[in-house]
Design a protein around this ligand. Structure first.
Ligand code: SF4
Length: 205
């Protein structure tokens, strides 16, 4: 029997990415004895299970309030902070709207997009491919973080002082450019080096 993998997340709220006990109970009960559930570094669970019951299982997980996303070469769910400064100050609504627009798009290599509700950045946004940091009433966008390998590097400031209404168009614009011009398996940080930050800035801003 073929095995298929998909991603599961409860989304995020004030307090972070929090599964309800009943969601985990349903997940454990319905995926089957041979399934594997992997904890990823990007706040999604990966479920690998037999393909024949996939639809039925995903339906039930969605009914319990969980989101289902593709695994592999896709944009991940927004890797957000815990919104400890409160929903309004830390920008929970805008983060949710951004997550809805950016998760699950096919890209040349897996793309991690981070969000921090303030400059303390406890969600480690500068280690993500693209990062949004809320700064009082505007947002700063960083690009090119690389957490993996011995040449790990911090993302660089791409645009600062972005107003809320421009945030989603800029981030989705960055994803579209990567979809269009990225080479298969090209890391986002390498893509930026090849395309240049200046050219990207001219295209999306
Ligand atoms: S980034 Fe700021 S708002 Fe978000 S959890 Fe950390 S300290 Fe709180």
């Amino acid at each position: 029997m073929a095995v298929k993998k998909f991603a599961v997340t409860p989304g995020f709220e004030v307090g972070g990415t929090v599964f309800k006990p009943e969601q985990l109970a349903i997940l454990g009960r319905i995926v089957g004895d041979n399934a594997k559930i992997e904890l990823t570094t990007f706040k999604q669970l990966y479920v690998a299970m037999e393909e024949d019951r996939l639809e039925e299982v995903q339906d039930e997980l969605q009914k319990s309030g969980l989101q289902i996303h593709p695994s592999g070469y896709f944009t991940k769910s927004l890797i957000a902070c815990n919104f400890c400064k409160g929903a309004e100050d830390a920008g929970l609504d805008v983060a949710k709207a951004l997550d809805e627009m950016i998760a699950g798009h096919e890209v040349p290599s897996p793309l991690k997009i981070g969000y921090a509700g303030c400059a303390l950045g406890t969600s480690e946004p500068l280690l993500k491919d693209i990062a949004v940091v809320k700064m009082r009433d505007t947002f700063d966008i960083y690009i090119g973080g690389e957490a993996k390998g011995l040449k790990a590097k911090l993302a660089r400031l791409f645009i600062s002082g972005v107003k809320e209404e421009r945030l989603i168009p800029i981030v989705t614009g960055l994803i579209s450019i990567f979809q269009e011009h990225g080479k298969k398996k090209e890391k986002y940080s390498k893509f930026i080096e090849r395309i240049t930050v200046e050219a990207l800035r001219e295209t999306v801003s």
